[in-house]
Design a binder for this molecule. Structure first.
Ligand code: PAF
Length: 268
């Protein structure tokens, strides 16, 4: 695996490779990333992974500074047979003028968009810059961050960027908890509460599907607080295609809540 911290050198290296797949990350790699990267390595000639903790997508400095880091990332990527690791500095990413204009679809105003001001603009900005630098044939993104995935896809389509978005399924542990970098910050008690909440939400979805109950956001929010969430941003049901409230019985339950200071999002 070759490591690059400078975009010019990276571009020189990859300019003649036309089947390159790209997995953007912020490091602190876990089983979810591992699964996406394995898929990429399996299905393309070369895989490039980026590790860059993007300050523009954090609403506050404390959250940015607390974002988990892991010095085992590089070894894991070597083991997974990644061809290139791009670990840029802030200026390598942000000190150039982009070709494309950031396109933020209306969907950015829903779900996390209501609670994290500027977050999706920051995400689309950095991913656009990475795409302009790398020009990959494919970008692989996880479904856990479904809203991010949709917004990146809409930006790519609007700007006619020649990169295909590959959506990758969420990887869960034995308790059905989706792997996430922030989980490393939970203590045992908080982890126990998280598992209780996820179990509760699964049962809630089952009952919605069986039409034993109707969706009641306020009631379910209160329930999650009793089960140990410190704050609940939202619990909503959306159809994955229309991105609206479901007309039929086809939907995912989307949620975001805090356990201690750790924000957890998922959908199933
Ligand atoms: O999902 C993430 O880790 C980040 O939002 C991404 C896509 C790497 C952009 O910084």
């Amino acid at each position: 695996m070759k490591l690059f911290t400078n975009k010019k050198k990276l571009q020189r290296e990859i300019k003649n490779i036309n089947n390159i797949s790209f997995v953007p990350t912020m490091g602190a790699l876990h089983r979810g990333h591992e699964s996406i990267i394995k898929k990429s390595v399996r299905t393309s000639r070369k895989t490039i992974v980026s590790i860059f903790v993007n300050p523009k997508q954090f609403e506050n400095k404390k959250d940015f500074n607390n974002y988990p880091k892991n010095n085992k990332d590089t070894n894991l990527l070597k083991k997974l047979k990644v061809s290139y690791l791009y670990k840029p500095s802030y200026s390598d990413i942000f000190k150039f003028k982009t070709k494309n204009k950031i396109f933020l679809d209306q969907f950015s105003k829903k779900l996390c968009g209501k609670y994290r001001r500027g977050h999706f603009k920051g995400v689309v900005d950095v991913v656009n810059r990475l795409l302009e630098i790398i020009m990959p044939k494919k970008i692989l993104l996880g479904q856990k961050d479904f809203q991010q995935l949709v917004l990146i896809k809409k930006h790519i389509i609007k700007n006619k960027i020649n990169t295909k978005v590959i959506s990758c399924k969420t990887i869960r542990d034995k308790d059905f908890v989706a792997y996430s970098s922030r989980l490393k910050r939970l203590n045992n008690h908080q982890r126990f509460n998280l598992v209780m909440i996820i179990n509760y939400l699964r049962a809630y979805k089952r009952n919605l599907l069986l039409k034993k109950i109707t969706h009641n956001p306020n009631k379910i929010k209160k329930r999650l607080l009793i089960l140990g969430a410190k704050k609940v941003d939202y619990v909503e049901i959306l159809n994955l295609k229309t991105l609206k409230k479901p007309k039929k019985n086809k939907f995912n339950l989307f949620f975001a809540f805090y356990i201690g200071n750790v924000r957890f999002i998922d959908n199933f």
